[in-house]
Write a protein that binds this ligand. Structure first.
Ligand SMILES: C[S@@+](CC[C@H](N)C(=O)[O-])C[C@H]1O[C@@H](n2cnc3c(N)ncnc32)[C@H](O)[C@@H]1O
Ligand code: SF4
Length: 399
């Protein structure tokens, strides 16, 4: 049975019309591997030069093999993530977007984000990305403090971060700055410094992540000293919400803050349990069909991916999300949003009746973790603070 037939065969779920479709493209190389990073990213020095043309060929082959799975559906957002996509030349990005436009209909106003690292920054480069069709830049800054950036193994210093933001402001109507907090040796005064600097650029969007020590990273083997404890990290989050609110940035998701009109359409589609086609090494995708929700993963190692994609077999595995796991998977996303979700969307996107979540919703409400009206459910402040406990209420009972 070919893939399309397999995905379209009958099943027990009944989904509504197809959700919005986004496109994620993974470019897996970086100048150096940061010690805290567990993304599928590979240091260029260890791998020789950047095989830009071959990788773009592989992405095109990947896209062409995926077209029958998303036939006729407009793409509402494109996200070129990594790794460090800004290592690719503006001409390469221009070719990539041209390849996509020639094969998939992009919806009017389609947001096209590219992730950039200040270490790969050169003057005029961002304007060239804009000219290639990128509409939004997401800059990985993490901190503006040189000593902290060294501890984090970053390839850039604070001055390069400031120069990159200045250039992004000139070239783009909308952009994002990524920061991290709860950093080794960080105190409230230091965080206030990073926030003040970030906010002085009046960013339309800010993402601020609590540094997590992920398994299989250098920090997991040799944890840095001076990591803030939970109380200090919680005071830090209070400071972040206070300062961002004071300048009109709304916390619309756990880690995302935006001015009106500048929310990230791509990430919003993930959080609203929309669909996304994931192309590139190790990319994940989620696609909905009338009777199932399918998750796909591409070959992770870049050379293997290129070989396999060029041979017409880019996918290393795919799975149907079991119906018992759908409520939890939906809540992992939707409850990250301050505005929560529409009850009707839960049914349309999971294919399950509302009776599947009546029990957990009652428990969550009784514990003060959610509020609801006739059509919507949203997390309370307490629900946001205890988000994993709230989401865990929707886990399937072990059979
Ligand atoms: C895939 S990175 C993309 C940006 C680019 N690669 C860079 O680092 O400049 C996305 C963001 O995730 C965040 N991040 C990565 N690893 C993290 C970790 N262990 N804990 C918290 N945030 C992390 C960083 O803020 C980073 O900018
Ligand atoms: S630059 Fe970004 S993706 Fe690359 S290793 Fe560092 S955190 Fe990971």
């Amino acid at each position: 049975m070919d893939l399309v037939d397999r995905y379209l065969r009958p099943g027990t779920l009944h989904l509504g019309e197809s959700p919005p479709l986004s496109l994620y493209i993974h470019l897996p190389w970086c100048l150096a591997k940061c010690p805290y990073c567990d993304f599928n990213s590979h240091a260029l020095s260890a791998e020789g030069g950047l095989p830009e043309a071959r990788y773009l060929d592989a992405l095109l082959a990947d896209l062409e093999s995926a077209l029958p799975l998303v036939w006729g559906r407009p793409v509402v957002s494109v996200f070129i993530g990594g790794g460090t996509p800004s290592l690719f030349s503006p001409d390469g990005i221009d070719r990539l977007l041209g390849d996509i436009r020639a094969r998939l209909p992009l919806a009017p106003g389609c947001e096209i984000t590219l992730e950039a690292n200040p270490g790969s920054f050169e003057r005029e480069r961002f304007k060239a990305f804009r000219a290639a069709g990128v509409t939004r830049l997401s800059i990985g800054v993490q901190s503006f403090d040189d000593a902290m950036l060294r501890k984090l193994g970053r390839v850039h210093d604070g001055a390069m971060a400031r120069a990159a933001i200045t250039e992004a402001r000139e070239a783009f109507d909308t952009f994002n700055i990524d920061l991290m907090y709860a950093l080794p040796g960080q105190d409230l005064a230091h965080l206030r410094g990073d926030l003040d600097t970030a906010l002085s650029f009046e960013p339309p969007h800010l993402s601020i992540y609590h540094l997590t020590i992920e398994a299989n990273t250098r920090f997991a083997v040799a944890p840095p000293s001076g990591l803030p404890d939970d109380d200090l990290a919680s005071d830090m989050l209070d400071l972040i919400t206070e300062r961002t609110a004071a300048v009109g940035l709304q916390r619309y998701e756990v880690s995302a803050f935006a001015r009106p009109g500048h929310r990230c359409a791509h990430n919003l589609n993930y959080w609203q349990f929309g669909d996304y086609l994931g192309l590139g090494a190790g990319a994940h995708g989620k696609l909905s069909y009338p009777h199932r929700v399918v998750r796909q993963v591409r070959w992770r190692e870049p050379n293997t991916y290129m070989q396999q994609a060029l041979a017409g077999t880019p996918m290393s595995n795919d799975d149907e999300v079991p119906r018992t796991q759908l409520p939890f998977e939906y809540m992992l996303n939707a409850l990250r949003l301050r505005e929560g979700f529409e009850l009707a969307d839960f049914s349309a996107r999971t294919g399950l009746p509302l009776s599947a979540i009546v029990g957990p919703l009652q428990q969550a409400e009784a514990r003060g973790l959610i509020e609801r009206d006739l059509t919507r459910v949203w997390p309370t402040v307490r629900g946001f603070d205890f988000l994993s406990d709230l989401q865990a209420l929707f886990l399937a009972d072990p059979a």
